[in-house]
Design a protein around this ligand. Structure first.
Ligand SMILES: NC(=O)c1ccc[n+]([C@@H]2O[C@H](COP(=O)([O-])OP(=O)(O)OC[C@H]3O[C@@H](n4cnc5c(N)ncnc54)[C@H](O)[C@@H]3O)[C@@H](O)[C@H]2O)c1
Length: 259
């Protein structure tokens, strides 16, 4: 028996990193998983990987900044698997710069993906989630930067902090359906987002992703980084029956970076 038998989960930002690990874990626990990401090729690999392991999966590429993409993702997921019970709003991107040097585009990109993208997905999934006894679960993905602030991340910190108010509002509005909505504040997870910037070859919209080596080395002096697989476990917990009455909460999964 899997912890998510019979459930349908939509996961955004699932082509790599934490979202990919969520998708593999959810499928291994019996969920039918509908994955999405802006990057089509690695997304298709995740679908293949889940199916090869005997799981149920399908996917559609899309940009969470666009409400029409989010609507297509949710409609196709519901059409394919009959319902949506779980939504993991995991897509995210950093665009770091000090306040005086941050461009309007960097601000907009970060806030639009993390904050507006989460709203878009929730709105697009509303007709599937606003149902009694649907075991509805929304898990939003924030960061300790949203709790404590972070130098060079005014856009990211503001967006991730905004997810906390958003989460509590969904928990209040949809609690009567038995739906829970929580937000995870991660610390340091080893993914493309936290990889050594200087060693990256790939650019996303013209900018390198990752963090400068000296900042990464400083973080490594403080904490042991989580793997994406480590990071996926609390997401499974919040999606499972074990967390049926936990809602509107910020779950700090940071190995003590912030406490
Ligand atoms: N890695 C960490 O230490 C850390 C810490 C705190 C929070 N987080 C959060 O965890 C989440 C997952 O990040 P990750 O570390 O796995 O990074 P990642 O870069 O490995 O994965 C993020 C995924 O989101 C996708 N994405 C980016 N923009 C998108 C868009 N507009 N529409 C759809 N998909 C888009 C990317 O293509 C990528 O596959 C993010 O929300 C991130 O902010 C990560």
């Amino acid at each position: 028996m899997g912890k998510l038998d019979g459930r349908v989960a939509v996961i955004t930002g699932a082509a790599r990193g934490i979202g990919r690990a969520d998708a593999l874990l959810f499928a291994s626990e019996g969920a039918a998983v509908f994955v999405s990401d802006i990057d089509e090729a690695p997304l298709a690999e995740v679908v293949k990987e889940i199916k090869a392991a005997g799981g149920k999966a399908d996917g559609l590429a899309g940009d969470v900044r666009k409400l029409e993409d989010c609507q297509k993702i949710m409609d196709q997921a519901a059409e394919k698997f009959g319902q949506i019970n779980i939504l993991v709003n995991n897509a995210g991107l950093t665009r770091d710069a000090l306040i005086n040097r941050m461009s309007e585009a960097q601000w907009d990109t970060c806030v639009d993906i993390s904050l507006k993208g989460t709203f878009n997905c929730i709105k697009a999934a509303s007709k599937y989630l606003m149902k009694q006894d649907n075991n509805g679960r929304i898990i939003n993905v924030a960061s300790v930067a949203g709790l404590m602030g972070n130098v060079g991340q005014i856009n990211y910190s503001a967006a991730k902090s905004g997810l906390i108010g958003l989460t509590k509002t969904v928990a209040k509005e949809w609690g009567r359906y038995g739906l829970t909505c929580n937000v995870i504040a991660y610390g340091f997870v080893d993914t493309r987002l936290t990889a050594e910037k200087e060693a990256q070859e790939e650019r996303v919209d013209g900018e390198l992703v990752g963090i400068p080596k000296k900042i990464r080395d400083l973080m490594l002096l403080q904490v042991k980084p989580m793997t994406p697989e480590d990071a996926a476990k609390p997401v499974l917990f919040l999606a499972s029956d074990d967390a049926a009455f936990i809602t509107g909460q910020v779950l700090n999964v940071s190995a003590g970076i912030y406490m």
